[in-house]
Design a protein around this ligand. Structure first.
Ligand code: CA
Length: 404
């Protein structure tokens, strides 16, 4: 399959990728587009001209209406778009609706319903355990039996490019672990961090009381986004016992503009690195798969880490099965994140907490945590179904100073 769009063939946004996003042109309303090469295709007028049954979903300011149509519509729309962009006879109709990505504004692609964050990397969980609890077991007893997670704050999920204001709050000053009970101070976080993650976006919901089996993943998950779970480690360390992450996480979570449909990742599925002990049957230990996605963490223009998603212990399918095992229903727009992606090597760690080993071992150009003005960009690539590689949506953010 070859596309007629100039510059797209052989690029990271070739015809086997086709991620969806929401864009606008000056003076016009946001609507749904699909990316090909360095262009975005305005789907709404093309769908109307071809009298597609679901043409109305492309006029919406989010992907939710398209995602809610379900797996069958998702795959038929993808086949239709693939035809538009590869069939030379469609070119006269389609080409006037292609806009350079550089000339459009990209928006938050999804109206996020609920947001859940997991903790699925064995290397990340082990590293954090060693840093936060140096005298205890690195992993808590439940970790190898269930994908640990918590419910986050959907309303502060923002699009790539949105500045992140350094959070204020209660924190323990660095090194305040002397005699007597710890005493917090109030102020701007001095241990602001990233978490390089992948996010999974739910298209089709479920009824209250229903469960999603591991094999039903693609019936419910529409696609994948790049995700940065900004984290204030000093606020987090003071507040997280006994109920878990709260204000150290909820100030901002950034996601990519582009949502890569699950179908574009068909060549990226791979075996999990191995689960021991064998998970309970509802977690599908014989069928659950991993994803071979390469991640790059860039700080102020320099790559500081290359986490491999394929080293993740828990599968995205298992995370969804666990998220719904108690009958909690899913809604269109639900977002769940993988947790920080860290591999076994020091250069594969997906947070500054780990890269600097709790702030004790500066990395790169003498860095520990984020400084005002820092720009962090996360990039993701995967094997494409066409034999090359595809890019998932990148996610970027700049740190702004705390507000008085
Ligand atoms: Ca996280």
């Amino acid at each position: 399959m070859t596309t007629w769009v100039e510059g797209a063939a052989g690029s990271l946004f070739d015809i086997d990728n086709l991620p969806y996003g929401v864009f606008s042109r000056p003076g016009e309303e946001p609507r749904v587009g699909v990316r090909i090469g360095d262009h975005v295709l305005d789907l709404s007028p093309v769908a109307a001209a071809e009298m597609l049954d679901v043409h109305h979903v492309f006029q919406e300011p989010s992907l939710n209406a398209l995602m809610a149509e379900g797996r069958q519509v998702r795959t038929s729309v993808r086949a239709w778009v693939t035809g538009l962009l590869s069939d030379e006879t469609e070119r006269d109709l389609v080409e006037p609706h292609l806009w350079p990505v550089a000339d459009v504004t990209l928006h938050l692609p999804v109206e996020v319903a609920d947001y859940v964050d997991f903790y699925a990397s064995l290397d990340h969980a082990s590293n954090v355990g060693r840093i936060f609890r140096p005298d205890g077991e690195a992993l808590l007893p439940n970790w190898r039996h269930l994908p640990v997670g918590y419910h986050g704050r959907a309303g502060t999920v923002v699009a790539s490019g949105t500045p992140v204001v350094r959070p204020m709050g209660q924190r323990l000053s660095t090194g305040s672990t002397g005699e007597g009970p710890p005493t917090p101070t109030y102020g701007a976080s001095v241990r602001l961090d990233i978490e390089a993650e992948l996010g999974f976006v739910v298209g089709t919901g479920t009824a209250l009381g229903d469960r999603v089996r591991v094999e039903e993943f693609a019936d419910h998950v529409f696609g994948v986004v790049g995700l940065n779970d900004w984290s204030a480690r000093d606020i987090q360390a003071w507040e997280y016992v006994p109920l878990g992450p709260f204000l150290g996480k909820s100030f901002a979570t950034s996601i990519s503009h582009w949502v890569t449909p699950i179908e574009a990742l068909e060549a990226a599925w791979c075996d999990l690195p191995g689960q021991d002990p064998r998970p309970l049957d509802y977690l599908g230990p014989d069928v659950a798969r991993g994803l071979d996605i390469a991640v790059e963490v860039e700080l102020d223009g320099e790559v500081v880490s290359r986490p491999p998603y394929r080293s993740m212990y828990w599968s995205p399918e298992q995370m969804l099965a666990h998220l719904t095992v108690n009958g909690a229903s899913l809604r269109t727009g639900d977002l769940y994140a993988s947790g920080t992606i860290s591999g076994p090597e020091p250069g594969q760690r997906g947070s500054f907490l780990e890269l600097s080993w709790g702030g004790k071992e500066p990395f790169g150009n003498g860095r520990t945590f984020l400084e005002d003005g820092d720009v962090v960009t996360l990039r993701y690539t995967a094997p494409g179904t066409g034999g090359g590689r595809i890019a998932l949506g990148e996610v970027s953010g700049v740190i702004e100073p705390a507000r008085d």
